[in-house]
Design a protein around this ligand. Structure first.
Ligand SMILES: [Zn+2]
Ligand SMILES: [Zn+2]
Length: 293
């Protein structure tokens, strides 16, 4: 038996436990959050009370999986030494927070090469992660996110993600996160049953679906291959509902948390997008997910 794992990115304004109560209030079974401000390097240490309240709220809630996302400032592939070392310190701090909160996954934007080249950036990321995993124990997995290819970001292709994954010594510590908007902007087509199947076969060949731990569910404001990362509400962008219908009914992906990062002015927007996703689930899949229709 499976359970439907879907939800959205939630704010931690007012306390990290507030993300859980907000997610639960609109029926999320999984949520994503930042464990600290996403625009600052440093943060105040979590107190034992913060940690206890978070764990207690989670245990009493309907949320089954929590995913964390790293701050946008982090670039562990930066050719600028100072930024690279600040990024590593900040990543370790975030990993510590996730471990303290027993959060299983920490999503990371792999990096940007700036005025250098993609390959040297991929090597810096790989070396930094290998060193990190050697020094630093814990159960939280880092998930490299598939990117759109905007600017000088790396890992907008399955091959670039696979280069890092294949060169990591401690394989249990690293997986990846598939973002529908990023994949689309990067140029991958999964908008028809045929192209959807072709893309997943290709992805499984290069990356292995086993390494896929989280899916970000976002429609795209921009054309396929545009490299521009602009998320849109489900069904209101250019990817089209067929792709999301195929994703929601794909048995291979039933146990993978599906998290919205769509534009919102209030929680109602997340609730609306979740209702669209749920409405796409066909009767056979509803049954397998234990949902009465
Ligand atoms: Zn992201
Ligand atoms: Zn994403």
């Amino acid at each position: 038996m499976h359970t439907l794992l879907y939800g959205a990115h939630m704010s931690i304004a007012g306390g990290i436990d507030k993300a859980i109560t907000a997610g639960e209030s609109i029926g999320c079974t999984t949520i994503q959050l930042f464990t600290k401000s996403n625009r600052q390097w440093a943060s105040k240490k979590l107190s034992p009370e913060d940690i206890a309240l978070f764990k207690d709220t989670l245990a009493k809630s309907s949320i089954k999986v929590i995913v964390s996302h790293t701050a946008y400032l982090i670039n562990i592939g930066s050719p600028v030494k100072d930024i690279e070392s600040k990024s590593m310190q900040s990543l370790i701090l975030e990993l510590d927070r996730c471990n303290e909160l027993s959060i299983p996954y920490l999503v990371l934007h792999p990096g940007s090469y700036l005025n250098t080249d993609p390959q040297s950036c991929l090597d810096r990321i790989t070396d930094n992660l290998n060193a990190l995993f050697k020094k630093h124990q814990g159960t939280t997995m880092i998930l490299l996110e598939l990117m759109s290819g905007q600017g000088s970001t790396v890992c907008s292709t399955f091959e670039q993600l696979a280069y890092i994954l294949n060169n990591i010594e401690d394989k249990n510590r690293l997986g990846f996160c598939f973002d529908t908007c990023h994949a689309w902007a990067s140029g991958y087509d999964f908008s028809t049953p045929k192209t959807y199947e072709q893309m997943w076969t290709h992805l499984d060949d290069i990356l292995s679906i086993e390494n896929l731990k989280v899916i970000h569910m976002n429609d795209s404001k921009n054309k396929r291959g545009s490299k521009v990362d602009r998320h849109e509400m489900i069904g209101k962008g250019l990817i089209g509902l067929t792709a999301f219908e195929l994703l929601m009914n794909d048995e291979r992906l039933f146990d993978i948390p599906k998290i919205l990062e769509t534009p919102k002015t209030s929680l109602l927007d997340d609730a609306y997008n979740m209702s669209i996703l749920k409405g796409l689930i066909r009767p056979y899949a509803l049954k397998k997910l234990g949902i009465k229709d």
